[in-house]
Design a protein. Structure first.
Lengths: 333, 454
């Protein structure tokens, strides 16, 4: 039959070219359907419970202070209050602690309606300048915050650095001050590689409009933790940034006194400022949604599994039942 | 000149009459399933294909089961193909082996050339070429069927995948006041259609088989799925686009909602734009690749390598990109290693979002497979499933019913001949009976007036 004929033009056989590679053809049988639903359910519900209990154990205190910290005489015109350098901006808030806060407690400032993700804002920085002391003139993208009135370069230049958050918080409870550690709040890779250890702030916030905090010119950028945290532009208009860490516990039902220097001007654009104290667990801060989402999905899958079991029991379809072939249902004419 | 014209008119009228007469024969035929064949020669075709009577001719030709044109020139072959294509609006296929078939092959929607005795001109002008005529069956029923399913799956999946990816970018714009800040790094976006999701699609388009080739040949009715166009209908297109839109919404909203504003790591760190972009992109890569794994019904080692390899290569890329110095990797410097990888929240979010995105399609697939299975599903189950129902008798029976009863070809001719002979016999019998009944001898024997019933 198929002899080795020298004149034969038959191409060489290979499994790949004849499309006869060994293959796995999965068939979605009732067994597989029910098994997969049950697997998802069995996997998701425990994860959900773990996540939910973790989030439940997180204690988070959020306190909005930007409206309360404007004195009554200026309540109609907070801008004149905030822009007047002669008025003292100290504001004291009392916060009740509902549950015990176990160290480390993280202190954040939360800003709302602040679009750090706006393209003009995000672009207004010079990474080269931050890394390298010799590149201090690389201010192309930083305009208009690039040169001071003497035409000397501003280090760090750009809108992001210029708008550095400058409210400060001093926390005390039961008459004792609680120290907030400000070291180690930025990402290590920022401090090591993105901000130079020999780059010092120069001509910063000297002339023109003041946008935010001033920087200590004797501290190199790689140790300016607040600046490094602030320059990591947030993704959404409502965001938190790490202010510091508290390494002592705070007991339940204590009243915390926070002395705030209300310097930052969010009144011009309708922004909101909040102070947040939060503990963390393995999944981070307070996040009930993850746990509940997992539990819901797991529950839905188990529900579908039960439904399918019932359907298969009461309305079974035999596998490979030929009456479902279309030519048996609508005969070919 | 006038004589020529008159003669031409006469021929035209003659042909019109023949066409009309043939049409009448067909209409008067009692058995509607009887096949008719039309035989035309080149000279008659010259007249019949003229603009004024071509419609009549085509109307007749289309109702016949087969039309044989003999002594036609190459130009007429091409002309017939073009006219049939335009008149019926159907897909036409032309097959030929000689240089005189080239016009016809190029005119038809699908041209097939047979290489061999008459040289390679037909092959060079054709879309497909086969060495022998008998391979035409395999070409249509096996490769045509596979090709149709592959292309429709591939196109629908490609549209879905890009909708998922592109729309998440637009949703982010809503959070950044439409200022144009991009959620993903530029290199991520370049990689998407190049490396991360392209290879699985190629493997789908090249290697996918719903049933094996011998089953395709045994059940020619499966080919009808392509003729009816059920795998690339508007319903399916809208369905896949809707799936893409829904998936992109799920991915975008869940990532944003879960990851902010609280910290996402034990160290208290919060998410910034690089982390959000990375997590969203990771969920997209996972979702899109797992979706293609749900579509593919024929898994060879190639598909496995491409799908899981694509996902794996995403992490490899992140590691390499993150290891580049910050001048090049900018925001993505050490992103996976330092920030996102060690955070359990990242892996949890990816798992959650992928499962939620794929759940609607999975439910749809399950319901369709269980209660409204398509032909290839049923046949797959008969062949590959753990047999609940299988026996050779049933297999053969279904094989037979999947073919149309033949009206043409050898067996039909034999049947027709038998029918004809039977009919002749019957007529002869009736003739004899009638002549006996009407014979004067009989009439004189019986005086019953009722019997005289002619």
């Amino acid at each position: 039959m198929d002899q080795k004929n020298k004149n034969s033009k038959k191409p060489v056989y290979s499994k790949f070219s004849q499309q006869e590679l060994p293959a796995w053809k999965p068939i979605l049988t009732p067994g597989w359907v029910i098994a997969s639903y049950i697997t998802i359910g069995a996997l998701f519900i425990p994860i959900g419970l773990l996540a939910w209990t973790a989030s439940d154990s997180v204690v988070e205190i959020v306190d909005r202070y930007d409206e309360a910290c404007v004195p009554d005489d200026f309540s109609k015109n907070p801008q004149s209050y905030i822009q007047n350098p002669n008025i003292k901006k100290t504001c004291t808030r009392s916060i009740k602690v509902p549950k015990k806060l176990v160290a480390p407690i993280f202190v954040y400032y939360q800003l709302e309606n602040f679009y750090q993700n706006h393209r003009r804002f995000v672009k207004s920085r010079s990474d080269k300048q931050l890394r390298d002391v010799k590149a201090e003139n690389d201010t192309k993208f930083c305009l208009p915050i690039a040169y001071d009135y003497d035409n000397k370069p501003i280090v760090p230049c750009g809108l992001i650095a210029w708008s550095l958050f400058n409210d400060t918080y001093k926390i005390s409870t039961r008459g004792k001050d609680i120290s907030i550690e400000k070291k180690g709040i930025a990402w290590k890779s920022d401090a090591k590689a993105k901000f130079g250890s020999n780059v010092y702030p120069k001509n910063f916030q000297k002339d023109g409009l003041i946008g935010g905090a001033t920087l200590d010119e004797s501290i190199p950028l790689s140790e300016q933790e607040d600046l490094m945290v602030w320059m990591r532009t947030a993704a959404l208009p409502t965001f938190r940034k790490l202010y510091g860490k508290i390494n002592t516990d705070i007991e339940a039902h204590d009243t915390i006194k926070v002395e705030i220097q209300n310097n930052y001007n969010t009144y011009k654009f309708g922004g909101r400022k909040k102070l947040v104290l939060s503990t963390t667990t393995w999944i981070g801060g307070k996040n009930d949604f993850v746990g509940m989402a997992y539990i819901s999905v797991g529950g839905i899958c188990l529900f579908m599994a039960i439904n399918f079991i019932l359907l298969y029991v009461f309305r079974p379809r035999r596998l490979g039942d030929p009456s479902y072939l279309s030519w048996n249902r609508h005969p070919i004419t | 000149m006038i004589q020529h014209f008159v003669a031409f008119q006469a021929m035209k009228d003659d042909i019109l009459n023949q066409i009309e007469a043939s049409r009448q024969v067909i209409i008067n035929e009692k058995n509607k399933d009887d096949p008719f064949a039309l035989v035309v020669d080149g000279k008659a075709l010259e007249i019949a294909l003229r603009n004024d009577i071509k419609d009549n001719f085509l109307q007749l030709a289309v109702t016949c089961a087969s039309v044989i044109c003999c002594r036609v020139s190459p130009k007429q072959k091409a002309l017939i193909t073009r006219l049939v294509k335009k008149y019926t609006g159907k897909m036409t296929l032309a097959i030929g082996d000689g240089a005189n078939d080239v016009g016809m092959i190029q005119e038809a929607d699908i041209g097939i050339g047979i290489s061999g005795m008459e040289g390679m001109q037909a092959v060079m002008a054709s879309d497909f070429s086969i060495p022998q005529f008998r391979f035409l069956e395999r070409l249509l029923i096996v490769h045509g069927h596979w090709c149709y399913k592959r292309i429709s799956k591939m196109i629908l999946y490609f549209v879905y995948k890009n909708i998922v990816f592109g729309l998440t970018l637009f949703y982010y714009e809503m959070y950044s006041r439409f200022s144009g800040d991009v959620l993903y790094d530029g290199w991520y976006m370049v990689m998407f259609n190049l490396f991360l999701t392209s290879l699985p699609v190629i493997s789908l388009g090249v290697l996918e088989q719903d049933v094996s080739s011998d089953i395709c040949l045994q059940f020619p009715a499966l080919y009808q799925q392509g003729q009816k166009g059920i795998f690339f209908s508007w319903k399916r297109i809208i369905g896949w686009m809707g799936n893409g839109i829904l998936t992109s919404l799920v991915i975008s909203i869940l990532n944003v909602y879960v990851l902010s504003p609280s910290a996402f790591r034990k160290g208290g760190q919060v998410v910034d734009i690089a982390h959000l972009g990375l997590t969203t992109y990771t969920t997209i890569v996972w979702t899109v690749n797992c979706q293609i794994a749900l579509i593919i019904t024929h898994f060879t080692w190639i598909q496995h390598i491409f799908i899981w390899g694509s996902i794996f290569s995403w992490y490899i890329f992140l590691l390499f990109y993150g290891a580049l110095p910050p001048e090049y990797s900018k925001r993505e410097y050490k992103l996976l290693i330092e920030a996102v990888g060690p955070a359990p929240m990242y892996w949890i979010v990816v798992l959650l979002v992928v499962v939620i995105s794929l759940l609607p399609y999975f439910i749809y697939m399950v319901i369709q497979r269980s209660f409204y299975p398509m032909d290839d599903h049923v046949i797959q189950e008969m062949k590959y499933g753990r047999k609940v129902v299988v026996d050779d008798e049933m297999w053969l029976r279904e094989e037979k019913s999947s073919r149309k009863p033949t009206q043409i070809g050898f067996s039909a001719r034999v049947d027709a001949k038998i029918l004809y002979l039977k009919d002749q016999l019957h007529r002869k019998k009736m003739f004899i009976i009638k002549s006996i009944a009407n014979s004067p001898i009989r009439r004189s024997i019986s005086t019953n007036p009722l019997e005289n019933r002619d």
